[in-house]
Design a protein around this ligand. Structure first.
Ligand code: AMP
Ligand code: TRP
Length: 325
């Protein structure tokens, strides 16, 4: 079976963009691939994190995976730092990465805007660690939101370069990006993606938001000029809300548009809020029923299960590079 690898950082708040862009797609892959889903704590610390919060968030993200329907009997979930080879392989890949390749990364450029002097080496190197995550397990497919495609392109280049220079060790991974939902936009600004690190909580619907908070946030969400509930390039706000609605009810956008013909923004928004609440209710219920120590056990068992893959890849890598084991 081909392998799938993906991950989410334990920082900020997980939102419906993370769910619709990434996690939702993971669920469908569990039967057809050997899936590995990681909580990437080493990525989270590329920007300052409060240690206590990092710890809590690491468990929280794992709980969200489980509550959303990742089945630890089918898929492996684990914490990145529990397998030391991620950092080790990142170092080796650093030696074949060119500085301009990292300087071009859009996410890096976005993140350093206005704070250049405090930017860490880790943030610059973030995509190389991500390449290591993927290549270490020889994953063939990487299901992510659109913002991560550039990083996967780098992983592909590094794998090709390594294979060419040393020996065919790595599988060249492919991004798996859905057309719909790969880029959910901010509720308060539909020209920018919904982001964990947004300044305002009105930017996103967190997966842990209460029904009242969701109603309030959807009510306040930006809309476009006009009255009709239609999607289109000149209607970024409605296009986004319609996409969210459509993905959560499993109906194409055109059908949702038809359903709201002649209806008001208020009616549409009321219904959308209820759709989101209805979707999140069982997820939150499952989430709240999960016990931290139980989750930690699952994470440790996950790392134990895949450690042999990491050990084997590293041995192959070192051998062809001339590093004595
Ligand atoms: P992150 O929140 O950066 O750890 O991202 C975790 C996953 O969620 C990645 O696959 C991202 O591509 C995806 N993701 C993050 N934000 C969005 C968004 N606004 N729309 C769709 N997918 C997203
Ligand atoms: N950089 C990804 C994000 O922020 C998270 C991530 C880390 C990842 N390593 C990965 C995703 C490997 C896919 C594969 O969304």
């Amino acid at each position: 079976m081909e392998r799938v690898f993906s991950g989410v950082q334990p920082s900020g708040v997980l939102h419906i963009g993370n769910y619709l862009g990434a996690i939702k797609n993971w669920l469908e892959l569990q039967n057809d691939y050997q899936c590995i889903f990681c909580v990437v704590d080493l990525h989270a610390i590329t920007v300052p994190q409060e240690p206590k919060e990092l710890l809590a968030k690491t468990i929280e993200v794992a709980k969200i995976y489980l509550a959303a329907g990742i089945d630890p009997k089918k898929s492996t979930i684990f914490v990145q730092s529990h397998i030391k080879e991620h950092a080790e392989l990142a170092w080796l890949l650093n030696t074949i990465t060119r500085i301009p390749e990292l300087e071009r990364m859009t996410q890096f450029k976005d993140k350093i805007r206005g704070q250049k002097s405090e930017v860490s080496m880790g943030l610059f190197d973030y995509p190389v660690l991500m390449a290591a995550d993927i290549l270490l397990y020889k994953a063939a497919k990487v299901p992510v939101g659109e913002d991560q495609v550039q990083h996967i392109e780098l992983a592909r280049s590094l794998a090709q370069r390594f294979n060419g220079r040393f020996s065919e060790v790595f599988i060249i991974p492919k991004p798996m990006v859905r057309k719909e939902g790969a880029r959910i936009m901010g509720l308060d600004d539909p020209t920018k993606k919904m982001a964990k690190s947004a300044n305002s909580a009105y930017n996103y619907i967190a997966l842990t938001d209460s029904p009242d908070t969701i109603r309030e946030k959807i009510k306040k969400a930006m809309t476009d000029s006009g009255k009709e509930i239609v999607s289109g390039p000149d209607k970024p706000a409605l296009a986004n809300l319609l996409t969210i609605h459509s993905l959560l009810v499993g109906q194409p956008v055109v059908e949702v548009e038809q359903q709201y013909q002649g209806k008001s923004y208020a009616e549409f928004k009321n219904d959308l809020a209820e759709v989101i609440i209805g979707f999140l209710e069982p997820v939150q219920k499952k989430y709240n029923a999960l016990d931290d120590s139980e989750v930690l056990k699952i994470l440790r068992a996950g790392a134990k299960k895949i450690q042999p893959i990491a050990t084997k890849t590293m041995a192959e890598v070192k051998k062809v590079m001339g590093i004595i084991e």
